[in-house]
Design a protein around this ligand. Structure first.
Ligand code: MF3
Ligand code: CO
Length: 254
């Protein structure tokens, strides 16, 4: 069941989303070669609490495994797709780094991810970065009352295909509200014109994951970090978007 939010609830979700954006902007500033991913997590966690919010991912128990997620953010570097656990890994020049942040504020969740190019990245990374950002924007453009959910999915896959990139199939976007993961699941591929009709008040966390090579992924022994099966590059962007009569309202952009 897809839960529609009132205008007041969307205003609260906007606050949660703003905290997410503030964290991402702060992390972008300190994301440099030599920084340890655990340091990014520490900065993020402090900032979340300073804003009166709570990290959404920390302690989260997924469907795939029973190990609670141990950190505030996900940092997924190069061949890592999503859910990279911050730790001893040190960022290098040329890395493509996806940072995912989720918070709970006054009972509502906000969730967003950005990929960042550190220093001089290669040509493929540049193209993958643009394609993933474009794919997210193309799907947001479809967030109109009366459209169907798979219109978003199709927009993502079409943009990926244009550059011969693949989309990850086993992880999806999601509805978001008083829970981080609500219905519906948003596939990053598929034919248009299928699935639920979009209604005013739906709030969706749309998260394309594009791979330079195969769409197949593996999960590391840490039980969380998802990597590409061929170890080629992956890129991830995510925004929390409300469907309104006036069109898409991107809560996680200021
Ligand atoms: N944005 C991701 C998601 O919506 C991040 C989740 S990390 C987790 O699934 F640890 F909370 F699972
Ligand atoms: Co999400």
């Amino acid at each position: 069941m897809i839960i529609c939010k009132s205008a007041d609830e969307i205003r609260l979700m906007q606050k949660a989303a703003e905290i997410v954006v503030e964290v991402l902007l702060q992390l972008e500033k300190i994301l440099k070669p030599g920084v340890q991913t655990s340091f990014l997590d520490k900065v993020a966690e402090e900032l979340v609490y300073k804003n009166g919010a709570v990290p959404a991912f920390k302690g989260y128990v997924g469907k795939l495994n029973s190990r609670p997620y141990p950190a505030t953010i996900c940092v997924s570097v190069n061949e890592e797709v999503v859910h990279g656990i911050p730790g001893k890994r040190v960022i290098k020049d040329g890395d493509l780094v996806a940072i995912d942040v989720g918070v709970k504020y006054k009972g509502f969740f906000g969730d967003a991810a950005r990929s960042f190019k550190v220093g001089n990245v290669g040509k493929t990374a540049e193209r993958l970065y643009i394609a993933t950002q474009d794919a997210l924007n193309a799907s947001i453009d479809k967030c109109l009352v009366g459209n169907r959910l798979s219109d978003l999915s199709h927009a993502i896959e079409s943009r990926a295909k244009k550059d011969n990139f693949s989309v990850v199939k086993v992880f999806v976007g999601h509805g978001i509200g008083k829970k981080m993961h609500e219905d519906p699941q948003i596939l990053n591929y598929g034919n248009p014109g299928q699935g639920p009709v979009l209604k005013r008040g739906m709030v969706l966390a749309i998260e394309p994951m594009l791979n330079a090579g195969t769409s197949d992924v593996e999960i590391l022994d840490d039980k969380w970090t998802v990597i590409t099966a061929d170890r080629k590059l992956s890129c991830h962007f995510e925004d929390t978007v409300a469907i309104t009569d006036e069109g898409p309202l991107i809560l996680t952009r200021i």
